[in-house]
Design a protein around this ligand. Structure first.
Ligand code: NDP
Ligand code: GDR
Length: 343
């Protein structure tokens, strides 16, 4: 019960650390050397000072650091959550994204092969692999067609994980996780941008929320449910690939409507395309507008996953509805904005 989590400063890293510590694990959580390290998520979860949590400085792009990480910790499970994970940025930084998100995991796979091939490895794969819709609902058997430098980089890492599993008999697993959100989600991602901005609008701290493509459909779940799935994937009898999803899809517009409702704001949608806007039915004020600046060069239009394999093999199921999720996120953002800070 000794695990490494790369990317502990991220959303999933924080929740997974909380889960594993609760199960009695020793957790080595990696963070990057930056000018101002950000531990707000593990602080908000109250685990930053946990005696069994060890924070280790580490960069996924460094092979020798990966070898030393495995040797010094003697960990038996590695959860690779580190990545340049923002799809939008990957169009502006395709090479950095390829280096971190694509090649990075291979440093860990190589290190495992060198140090201890019995280590169990989890790779954070993504529904972005499916990209352009081939068929729905998406399963482990659906063909991939990534639509961003991020998706392409993740595809490489996904196949390398499978290749190490098949070539070296390693317990190398991959979770194809659909979007999962929480109050700890980064503010650049659309759900948290929506809940944080609407909370600010409610408190009179912001006039308007500007978004890109309102028609994109996503299968959104709750991050805490999904880290439980990651752990189950590494406890399985044999290494495999699993889709984790809710099997419900909604548009970005729907998520705005739901979140506004959680703040007692009823929105009506007017106009089309770049002219579309959301109006507060009580005051007639425009609270949401489209700004083409947030459009992407290529879009993933529709994601909806079928988690049957995970349900049947791992007994995994999501437990949180989208209504509960948006309510939870809105409440957290109201509280933070009232207290005068929001990460
Ligand atoms: P976040 O963006 O919140 O966290 C990413 C983490 O990776 C951060 O801790 C970040 O550190 C770290 N990181 C970035 N670059 C490096 C590097 N070069 N070396 C070491 N660490 C690095 O992502 P999430 O928690 O949302 O997602 C976790 C993983 O799951 C990611 O790989 C993501 O691509 C994948 N995924 C996420 C889904 C989701 O819906 N959330 C769905 C499917 C897959 P820092 O704080 O220093 O930037
Ligand atoms: P995604 O998440 O690209 O699915 O990747 P994101 O929340 O960034 O976008 C979801 C959809 O919303 C549309 N959108 C906007 N997105 C952002 N960020 N900001 C906006 O203003 C906006 N307006 C509309 C997007 O175009 C898109 O269609 C996330 C990440 O966590 C990945 O790391 C992960 O692999 C996938 O989910 C599954």
């Amino acid at each position: 019960m000794n695990a490494i989590i790369t990317g502990i400063t991220g959303q999933d890293g924080a929740y997974l650390a909380q889960l594993l510590l609760g199960k009695g694990y020793t957790v080595h959580g990696t963070y990057r050397r930056t000018s101002s390290v950000n531990f707000w998520r593990i602080e908000e979860l109250g685990i930053a000072d946990h005696p069994q949590l060890h924070l280790v400085e580490y960069d996924l792009t460094d092979l020798s650091a990966s070898i030393r990480l495995l040797e010094s910790t003697q960990a038996t499970e590695v959860y690779n959550l580190a990545a340049q994970s923002f799809v939008g940025v990957s169009f502006d930084q395709p090479l950095t994204t390829a280096e971190i998100t694509g090649l990075g995991p291979v440093n860990l796979l190589e290190a495992i092969r060198i140090v201890n091939p019995a280590i169990r490895f989890y790779q954070a794969s993504t529904s972005e692999l499916f990209g352009k819709v081939q068929s729905i609902p998406q399963t482990e058997a659906t063909p991939f067609y990534p639509r961003s430098p991020y998706g392409v980089a993740k595809l490489y890492a996904h196949w390398m994980t499978i290749n190490y599993r098949e070539s070296y008999d390693m317990f190398a697993t991959s979770g194809i996780l659909f979007n999962h959100e929480s109050p700890l989600r980064g503010r650049e991602f659309v759900t948290r941008k929506i809940t944080d901005s609407l909370a600010k609008i409610k408190l009179g701290k912001l006039d308007r929320l500007e978004l890109g493509n309102l028609d994109a459909k996503r299968d959104w779940g709750y991050a805490k449910d999904y880290v439980e799935g990651m752990w189950r994937i590494l406890q399985a009898d044999k290494p495999d690939t699993f889709v984790l999803a809710t099997n419900r899809t909604e548009t970005v517009r729907d998520f705005v409507t739901l979140s506004a409702r959680a703040l007692d704001i009823e929105l009506a949608w007017k106009g089309e395309g770049e002219q579309e806007h959301g109006i507060d039915t009580e005051t007639g004020r425009t609270l949401v507008a489209v700004n083409p600046r947030f459009y992407r060069p290529a879009e993933v239009d529709l994601l909806i996953g079928d988690p049957a394999h995970a349900r049947e093999t791992l007994g995994w199921e999501p437990h949180t509805t989208l209504e509960q999720l948006s309510q939870m996120m809105v409440e957290a953002d109201l509280r933070r904005n009232r207290q005068g800070f929001s990460f």
